[in-house]
Design a protein around this ligand. Structure first.
Ligand code: HEM
Length: 636
């Protein structure tokens, strides 16, 4: 892919591409005189390297020499680590409301000037053209001319007067773009409601996001994306405006109100894989959300450089984000290369796959097919590590990943323990059948193996120096292991039920509800003894029996199983697995305490406990105390 290049040491390095930035010329013919109509844009130089864009007599915007001087651009690009800029004109030059001959002529003038500017850009400047979109034929003609001349695509306004992007003429043009292989950047312009936004740059900060959202929604709901070829590569500037944030609202309307559905075949979110957005959102949370919504393959660096509302250090938002390196590479480089059609290997969804090569290398997966990543949700998984420290403390990533790994294994433990419970329940219901007992023992064996790994994993965290943990510990308060819902679920499920622990989950109603359910449901311990009772190995306790008497009766029942090994090998195996699991959970508690002491000494915990001294009290906790008691009952 061309997004990769070699540096002087012949190493392949990523090529950072900015797909949304603007140019302006330092001079051009007087358009008002040329066409005999007023209010055309012109440039008023105010000081060396400084100028104002004027529209007729109206001031429009301050600009500086980066707009027209490739040397200045290249210097800024070097400063920001940008390898390639794809420049486009300023929307004020679109001239969609002018006679088509004037708009065509103006487009040609600036399109040719863009190529001339690029020719002085040492191969690092590419361009998008502009077209007279008010006339489909003229727009298609200019696009074809520009593509042949070396433009990579086109920048269009998000509307043509009162026509949105679902206008038939615009759709014909977009179809033509797909045929020509032209990338399309949709830029908001001529914002609505300007009479209510006279101040504070509100047309830019409020109007532009809404304009862009409107154009995406029009394109989707009109069903245009069902009809346009999937090879069309179309991107919406400024992060797609307010579209991503309000997609849920649109989706809700689509599902519940037929009138809001429009003509599209699928819910709006289905079409996210058909459009791109740039990264010009200026806020880490917004970027996270944007990538979460559009997907890591659909967002690419766009800066709005060198305009006043552009990113000051181009690319810094992505570079400073918490995305893993492969995602950053997509946002900074790979997605743009695909969008712009750079590189032979990049192909769009809907393109023909390259297929097997003659040297019998494996088949490339077809677009839409299940892949390793899409099945395992690898991009989503790798985006779930969000350190609190800023600048990021190196070891916080480890701290997060170790905890997340524990939680994933806790999930698997619950999955297997639930299945073991079900098998023991069925074993109790059909005492002649042995299959369920064997299956329960097999599942419990898996639980012990997982827990063995969990005991070991603490050593990884112990590579973190106490000082390094203390550097970010305060940022984590009041989060605490007490709030691990799954850990508590495992305890409750196995039979160690302490209602008091529910209080740590009050802030999260869903966790509270599932723990409450676990508290009320029969535990693994209950089901195990229920099965022994159903088999006649445990007499039902009398209604006046004390808790101690019940406990002793259950321990004696286990003792009896061990005494009759010949008939109860399978149940003894279950007992052994349960005991081993219990033992390993105590090992986990012990290793956790050692870790805590090693890292924070005898400091109190962030959850409000006394810390290690509190945790030591939990060492005596057992899930299946009767199994341990049975061992005391056994005689030589
Ligand atoms: C730097 C490493 C760690 C420290 C300093 C630490 C500290 C503590 C402390 C002090 C407590 C007592 C509750 C409180 O007051 O907050 C606690 C509880 C807990 N921690 Fe950790 N912990 C660490 C790592 C881990 C890891 C890797 C896990 C893995 C899941 C974990 C899971 C838990 C659980 C489940 C509890 C509740 C235990 C119970 O209620 O018996 N901790 N931790």
């Amino acid at each position: 892919m061309q997004a990769l290049r070699r540096d002087s040491s012949r190493q392949i390095i990523m090529q950072v591409i900015d797909i949304h930035n603007h140019f302006f010329l330092s001079s051009w013919p007087d358009l008002a005189a040329r066409y005999g109509t007023p209010n055309w844009p012109w440039i008023k130089h105010t000081a060396p390297g400084q100028a104002d864009i004027m529209v007729g007599e109206r001031f429009f915007r301050h600009i500086y020499s980066a707009c027209w001087d490739p040397e200045v651009r290249l210097r800024d690009m070097d400063r920001d680590g940008i390898d390639m800029q794809v420049i486009s004109a300023t929307p004020v030059l679109f001239a969609y409301d002018r006679p088509v001959q004037h708009a065509s002529d103006c487009a040609q003038l600036f399109n040719d000037a863009a190529l001339e500017l690029c020719s002085r850009g040492k191969g690092r400047l590419k361009s998008l053209c502009q077209v007279p979109l008010q006339d489909t034929g003229a727009a298609c003609k200019e696009l074809s001319r520009c593509m042949r001349a070396g433009h990579l695509g086109v920048q269009i306004g998000n509307h043509v007067g009162s026509k949105n992007l679902d206008d038939t003429g615009v759709l014909t043009f977009l179809h033509h773009c797909a045929d020509e292989g032209a990338a399309v950047l949709v830029h908001p312009w001529e914002m609505f409601g300007q009479d209510r936004m006279p101040k504070y740059m509100m047309p830019w900060t409020v109007g532009m996001p809404a304009e862009t959202q409107l154009s995406v929604v029009a394109l989707i709901l009109s069903g245009a994306l069902d009809r346009l070829p999937s090879t069309l590569r179309i991107c919406f500037a400024h992060g797609g405006g307010s579209f991503a944030f309000l997609l849920g609202r649109l989706e809700n309307a689509w599902h519940h109100h037929p009138v809001a559905r429009g003509d599209c075949q699928y819910p709006p979110s289905h079409y996210l894989s058909r459009i791109y957005a740039d990264s010009a959102v200026f806020d880490q949370r917004a970027l996270q959300f944007l990538v979460g919504t559009f997907g890591a393959d659909r967002v690419m660096l766009g800066s709005d450089y060198p305009f006043p509302l552009g990113e000051e250090h181009v690319g810094s938002l992505i570079r400073q984000s918490n995305f893993p390196q492969p995602t950053k590479a997509k946002l900074l480089s790979e997605n743009a290369a695909r969008f712009l059609g750079l590189g032979g290997e990049a192909h769009e969804v809907g393109d023909k796959p390259s297929g097997a090569t003659a040297d019998s290398s494996p088949l490339a997966p077809e677009p839409g097919q299940l892949t390793y990543s899409s099945y395992l949700k690898v991009p989503e998984l790798l985006e779930l590590q969000q350190p609190q420290s800023s600048p990021q403390h190196h070891d916080e990533m480890l701290f997060i990943i170790v905890h997340q790994t524990y939680e994933l294994w806790f999930k698997e433990l619950l999955h297997d323990l639930d299945a073991a419970v079900e098998n023991l329940r069925r074993a109790g219901a059909a005492p002649q059948s042995r299959d369920e007992v064997y299956e329960a023992a097999r599942l419990l064996r898996r639980c012990t193996e997982i827990t063995r790994v969990l005991v070991e994993q603490f050593t990884i965290l112990e590579t973190m120096l106490p000082t390094h943990f203390l550097a970010f510990r305060s940022l984590l308060e009041p989060a605490s292991g007490f709030q691990s819902e799954q850990f508590r679920e495992i305890e409750f499920l196995c039979g160690l039920k302490d209602e008091k622990m529910l209080r740590y989950h009050r802030p999260t109603p869903e966790a509270y509800a599932s723990l409450k359910r676990r508290l009320e449901e029969p535990s693994l311990r209950d089901v195990f003894f229920g099965a022994l009772q159903a088999m006649g190995r445990l007499q039902p306790a009398g209604k006046d029996a004390t808790e101690r008497e019940r406990f002793q009766a259950r321990a004696r029942a286990v003792h009896a199983l061990y005494q009759d090994e010949h008939h109860h090998r399978d149940w003894i195996d279950v007992c052994e697995r349960l005991t081993e699991f219990d033992e390993l959970v105590v090992s986990w508690r012990l290793r956790h305490i050692q870790l805590v002491e090693r890292i924070i000494g005898i400091r109190p915990g962030t959850g409000g406990s006394a810390g290690a001294s509190y945790l030591k009290l939990t060492l005596d906790k057992k899930f299946f105390p009767e199994l341990w008691e049975a061992r005391t009952l056994l005689t030589e």
